[in-house]
Write a protein that binds this ligand. Sequence first.
Ligand SMILES: *[C@@H]1O[C@H](CO)[C@@H](O)[C@H](O)[C@H]1NC(C)=O
Ligand SMILES: *[C@@H]1O[C@H](CO)[C@@H](O)[C@H](O)[C@H]1NC(C)=O
Ligand SMILES: *[C@@H]1O[C@H](CO)[C@@H](O)[C@H](O)[C@H]1NC(C)=O
Ligand SMILES: *[C@@H]1O[C@H](CO)[C@@H](O)[C@H](O)[C@H]1NC(C)=O
Ligand SMILES: *[C@@H]1O[C@H](CO)[C@@H](O)[C@H](O)[C@H]1NC(C)=O
Ligand SMILES: *[C@@H]1O[C@H](CO)[C@@H](O)[C@H](O)[C@H]1NC(C)=O
Ligand SMILES: *[C@@H]1O[C@H](CO)[C@@H](O)[C@H](O)[C@H]1NC(C)=O
Ligand SMILES: *[C@@H]1O[C@H](CO)[C@@H](O)[C@H](O)[C@H]1NC(C)=O
Ligand SMILES: *[C@@H]1O[C@H](CO)[C@@H](O)[C@H](O)[C@H]1NC(C)=O
Ligand SMILES: *[C@@H]1O[C@H](CO)[C@@H](O)[C@H](O)[C@H]1NC(C)=O
Length: 732
Amino acid sequence: MLGVKGLYALTLLAGVVVGQDAITAAGTNFTLTGDGMSYLFHVDPNSGDLISDHFGGPATDFTPPAYILPWGWHDDLSNTRREFPDIGRSDPRLPAIHIEHAAGNTVSAFRYQSHEIVAGKPSLPGLPATYGEAGDVTTIIVQLYDNVSDVSAALSYSIFPAYNAIARSFSITNNGTRNITIDRAASFSTDFPNVELDMIEPYGDWAHEFQTVKRKVDYGETTFRSSEGYTSHTHNPFFALVSPTTTESTGEAWGFSLVWTGSFLATAQRFSNGYVRVLMGLNPLHAKIPIPPGESFQSPEAVGIYSSQGIGDMSRSFHSLYRNHLSRSKYTHQTRPILLNSWEGLGFDINQTSLVNLANEAEELGIQLFVNDDGWFGVEYPRDNDTMGLGDWTPNPSKFPNGLQPYVEQVTTLNTSTPLQFGLWIEPEMVNPNSTLYHQHPDWVLHARNHQRTLTRNQLVLNVGLPEVQDFIISTVSQILDSAHIQYVKWDNNRGMHELARPADDYTYILGLYRVINNLTTRYPDILWEGCASGGGRIDPGLLHYWPQSWTSDNTDAADRLTIQMGTSLVYPLSALGCHISAVPNSLTGRTTSITYRAHVAMMCGSFGLELNPSELDPSEIDLIPGIIAEAKRINPIVISGALYRLGATEWPAVQFVSRDGSQSVLFAFQQRYRVKPAPPPVRLRGLDPLARYWNGLDNQTYSGSTYMNGGLNVGWERADYQSRVVWLEKV
Ligand SMILES: *[C@@H]1O[C@H](CO)[C@@H](O)[C@H](O)[C@H]1NC(C)=O
Ligand SMILES: *[C@@H]1O[C@H](CO)[C@@H](O)[C@H](O)[C@H]1NC(C)=O
Ligand SMILES: *[C@@H]1O[C@H](CO)[C@@H](O)[C@H](O)[C@H]1NC(C)=O
Ligand SMILES: *[C@@H]1O[C@H](CO)[C@@H](O)[C@H](O)[C@H]1NC(C)=O
Ligand SMILES: *[C@@H]1O[C@H](CO)[C@@H](O)[C@H](O)[C@H]1NC(C)=O
Ligand SMILES: *[C@@H]1O[C@H](CO)[C@@H](O)[C@H](O)[C@H]1NC(C)=O
Ligand SMILES: *[C@@H]1O[C@H](CO)[C@@H](O)[C@H](O)[C@H]1NC(C)=O
Ligand SMILES: *[C@@H]1O[C@H](CO)[C@@H](O)[C@H](O)[C@H]1NC(C)=O
Ligand SMILES: *[C@@H]1O[C@H](CO)[C@@H](O)[C@H](O)[C@H]1NC(C)=O
Ligand SMILES: *[C@@H]1O[C@H](CO)[C@@H](O)[C@H](O)[C@H]1NC(C)=O
């Protein structure tokens, strides 16, 4: 066991590393140094290609590559570990960049020209990205040029040493006189040596988001993608590569995360020599992006994080990096109001009277934010059901005779000593054919010539790539927000993109969406924005840049939710998720669990609330609500800023947060199924100071940190399914 002195020495060593330059160039040998990670690459002096040397634990020297027979079928380039693989020069592996040149060929030969190291990190025009000051991040920009096709590339690598994170992106400039087309662009690309790796990736569906699967990275391509035009429920732009022996708390793990909301492609390709090429970027099915002469294409950013201490440590680095250097909402670091959403309670059957009554009940329960969901808009095509109204964002006059303002004022002044906040649902990227907007602008929707415009949920997608659509959304949403005192917006998106006029329409759409959201979040910084896409269909780093939180899943069954939330926490901080208690039996699964269990599952997320009509609750449940709200308020700060540890076994999952100063910790422990045998394992805590002593609220005793971490706590489960405990620990 590592003694305290050992730990201290390690800390000092880490301090030495921090003191070094984060990026050094010895000639054209480049070393990027994190607190516990090195990333090395260099320029091949003969070919001008960029060669991958190392991405992993600390390493300081450039060493010769693996010995490969100097003759054979595949030549040198195929047996080289490459940083920015192009296509057509004997390397048959997948490229990071694939350009169709003006002459029609797709051969590229990018050769090193120059490099520049800058303190801090330049922003990416029009794109969400990580950010930081000179003390947080250092950037190297490497210029490459293909002198045959007259195309240049600028590769950007930014290192955040404290997070062992590298953010990468590139731009391509057409220096020629005719159009070129981008067919494929992987923002992160590097080649691992012949080492054994497994891929861990999220997959899922509606109401079944963020399941995880682990598979061996074998010969060929281990790959997944979204072709739905947006992030989607099916996959998420994230994967981890781990050694076969890596666990939650030990071993090497590399995470790759794309800061992008559109279609994407993630691949690990193992070639005959065993090398593994990692590619994370745009989906070629939705590329074919034209670059006119003199113009540039900017790729989205992808983030790679290394940990030598398991999957959990990799996740914590993503959580901290994304909270401190990606999400820019002022709410990212603030506790969130406890909300009640009208949807499960009232559905479309709403009017000012019924909503104010619901708000009143919510206020009396101690709710802080009342959210008016779908159904409030549409004049000629009233939104009484999902067959009409989307696109017509005018309050319905028979539901709100005097518009939103007097209604919102009524809600927010129900109790002047604890004023209720008001929030509103919108889905501004969508339109129903049954709408005034569609009749005025049938050409504003995504469509391909005379192909049928296929409907999902009776709706079509506005082409947000069109500047006039962007301006329409900006002005419509601004008018709504200016019309009443709205403090929260739930921005929904309930279908994928089908008929595209051009494959690149997806790319253009997402750039347009970023322009719209950037505009609105800049203009209304005091609004708490929450993303939603039929549940968790659009949880991604791109939107997290603008919006501090996202609805996790339409599945609010607490037993299912626990799995979904654990999966989401692989890369996203739980502080960025919305999680609510709903009524039982659950409308999707028919399962009944106690309100305490449902509350404990929901409380581990940043935005806690109720998604029900209080009248549906049992009186015994109502009696528990004030205590649940008080507990949620007490827990929220540690969820917002603490470090997350995933603990526990399949039937006894557990989650632990440790406060930033280490003085407090809270354990959420669960028993999914009671079993006669075996006995529940002890819950071994993590992240505590082994020598400090902590009081715990389970048995009202004080033990050392090492006792909690090595011996563990025995929760003492009852003989029942779906049990939960929240246990506080305080350093004494
Ligand atoms: C760069 O690394 C190579 C080994 O890959 C070494 O031969 C060369 O001397 C190094 N160049 C400099 C300037 O350090
Ligand atoms: C492109 O650059 C390479 C390497 O510097 C040189 O050998 C070649 O002649 C150049 N080709 C053209 C078309 O300029
Ligand atoms: C290509 O064009 C860009 C933008 O005009 C310019 O900065 C760059 O120097 C050009 N590169 C070459 C090799 O001509
Ligand atoms: C180049 O692409 C633009 C659209 O980006 C198009 O308007 C123009 O006609 C194209 N030019 C050529 C020569 O194909
Ligand atoms: C509001 O809706 C409720 C429930 O559907 C209904 O009973 C009531 O009559 C409506 N009130 C108005 C003023 O429309
Ligand atoms: C939807 O609402 C409209 C307007 O109230 C109504 O005319 C229509 O019959 C409803 N359609 C369905 C399928 O319920
Ligand atoms: C307003 O809220 C406070 C605090 O929750 C409560 O004590 C008071 O009774 C409420 N007043 C009314 C009029 O409901
Ligand atoms: C328009 O609304 C009517 C009434 O609800 C519905 O029957 C019809 O299917 C809707 N049309 C489309 C294209 O959704
Ligand atoms: C938002 O868009 C409007 C309308 O296009 C424009 O006037 C305004 O300057 C933009 N604001 C920001 C912050 O981008
Ligand atoms: C916890 O322990 C303290 C000190 O032994 C005691 O004063 C207190 O009553 C105990 N609390 C409970 C709830 O048992």
